[in-house]
Design a protein around this ligand. Structure first.
Ligand code: NAP
Ligand code: MG
Length: 482
């Protein structure tokens, strides 16, 4: 497989398994498109069930090698994976921009976040500790936290390189091996990171199989030799994956969608509130699970907030991610069409948006950043995850109403509040049902802080020290002594 001249992409790609790039079981390939132009970038293997089975076999052998290494040695190797990713930051970021569309500067940040996951969990690899349980003089009792075995990771297209690291790094640090299925729209980042990691890791520890979710993802989540699945994606697919995992008696973490409220109190700085809203909903063209898609704004500051928001959005610079604009394209034609259907629905539910709402007349899949004002909370555009650059603004008059509106949705991934009243901020954190609460900064926190959803937003938590225990099982050892 060769690198194409003056392109960060190679052609064609193979799968990653058995410590190297490996050929797929058949010749079928999937085209990868550039959402900024619609052009074909490269092709990847359309993996089959046989390819997935082979990857699981490779991971089963890899697990045997990996678990025997001393924990500190596993940590050192994961640290080297982080370094290899950072060495290639610019190339990987360009790949992320090409296949996903996000602005290059954002993509660089996502590559660093991926590396940071390997670095962070490298430091935990030798701290996966059990405990001693007192049973009195007649016994010695202790627990061991053992790895599970082969873990499966199904990754979506919206932040492919970062979510690869978030999913895989703690599993490997706990001593498991991994099989990853990247999304069909954006498979290259995962194949590239997998290949880099395989320069460092023992054979079989990390395997990547591109291919359709309904084939490779289905087989992975249903596989009897896979002990744990991390699924990041839509609720509908999550339910299917969860059922497969239940049949295989495998554990799951489900990281699903969101419809996250950003509440603006009248004591907040309106300028800051607009800044956080714009970052929260238009980063990644709104294709972020934790996007601030519902602004819930106090009636006293509503007009100032909306005027300022419209001003900022009108001056947005939109274009191909490689030009580092404020916002790039949506990921695909079909996703653009889905989002446009929501814009049309919004027009019938509440009237024209106060800004945006149109596809941009140029090649690629660009949509104007769009804001609907005066949206009743029971409108479908305020309840359903649109997963695009579409914000709804809803007004409230007192704190109880704000909290009620924030909670009145089936999701509970994140919630944010803009206020300078510290007690109000804590009340919001206490009363709002979401896995993470942001106060005065959207996307606050990092890979050190637990991340996951209440309600329909998921099951389990990624990130932080505790995510390591998603990937361990406790063995209790009890000895009788005289
Ligand atoms: P999706 O359609 O559910 O796809 C996610 C992954 O599942 C892809 O790799 C997909 O493969 C695979 N898949 C599809 N059908 C499958 C099946 N029958 N069995 C097993 N796997 C299957 O979701 P998406 O549209 O790509 O991603 C957007 C969603 O992800 C949004 O709802 C967003 O909120 C959510 N998300 C959540 C988080 C979080 O941390 N909570 C983070 C990011 C995104 P193919 O694409 O190759 O078919
Ligand atoms: Mg199982």
């Amino acid at each position: 497989m060769t690198q194409r001249e003056s392109s960060p992409l190679r052609e064609p790609y193979g799968l990653v398994g058995g410590g190297a790039e490996r050929e797929a079981s058949n010749e079928e390939t999937t085209e990868v498109h550039d959402p900024a132009t619609g052009d074909v970038l490269t092709t990847v293997p359309a993996g089959t069930r046989a390819d997935l089975d082979r990857a699981v076999e490779s991971a089963t052998e890899g697990f045997d090698r990996w678990r025997r290494l001393e924990p500190k040695e596993r940590g050192r190797l994961l640290r080297r994976v982080a370094d290899r990713i950072l060495d290639e930051e610019e190339r990987l970021a360009t790949i992320e921009t090409l296949e996903n569309g996000r602005p290059l500067e954002d993509a660089r940040g996502q590559v660093r976040r991926c590396a940071r996951h390997f670095e962070y969990y490298a430091g935990i690899a030798d701290k996966v500790q059990g405990e001693q349980i007192p049973l009195g003089d007649g016994y010695v009792d202790y627990t061991i936290r053992e790895p599970l075995g082969v873990t499966g990771h199904i990754v979506p297209w919206n932040v492919p390189i970062y979510l690869f690291g978030r999913s895989v790094a703690p599993a490997l640090a706990a001593g498991n091996s991994a099989v990853v299925k990247p999304a069909n729209l954006t498979p290259v980042g995962g194949l590239e990171v997998g290949r880099l990691a395989n320069e460092v890791l023992p054979e079989g520890v990390l395997n990547v199989v591109s291919g359709a979710g309904s084939v490779v993802g289905d087989e992975l989540s249903a596989h009897d030799d896979v002990e744990h699945i991390v699924f990041t994606g839509s609720g509908e697919t999550g339910v299917h994956v969860g059922r497969n995992a239940a049949d295989a008696i495998s554990d799951v973490v489900l990281e699903l969608g969101g419809k996250s409220p950003l509440v603006v109190y009248p004591d907040a700085d309106v300028d800051d509130a607009v800044t956080e809203t714009v970052r929260g909903i238009f980063t990644g063209a709104g294709q972020i699970c934790s996007a601030s898609s519902r602004a819930i704004v106090h009636e006293d500051v509503h007009d100032e907030y909306v005027d300022e928001l419209v001003d900022r959005v009108e001056s947005f610079d939109i274009g191909p991610g490689l030009e580092n604009p404020d916002m790039g394209p949506l990921v695909s034609k079909s996703h653009l069409e889905d989002v446009l259907r929501y814009v049309e629905l919004g027009r019938t539910e509440v009237g024209d948006p106060v800004v945006g709402g149109k596809r941009i007349d140029r090649p690629g899949y660009f949509l104007e950043p769009t804001v609907f004002d005066d949206v009743p909370n029971d409108a479908r555009i305020a309840q359903e995850e649109i997963f695009g650059p579409v914000l709804t603004v809803t007004t409230f008059s007192d704190e109880a109403e704000a909290v009620k509106l924030a909670n009145d949705v089936e999701y509970g991934l994140v919630a944010g509040v803009m206020t300078n009243d510290v007690e109000r901020a804590h009340r919001f954190a206490r009363d709002v049902d979401a896995g993470q609460i942001y106060v005065n900064e959207w996307f606050a926190g990092g890979n050190e802080t637990p991340f996951g959803g209440f309600k329909k937003s998921g099951v389990g938590r990624d990130n932080g020290v505790q995510a390591i225990h998603n990937f361990t099982q406790i063995k209790n050892v009890c000895l009788k002594i005289e």
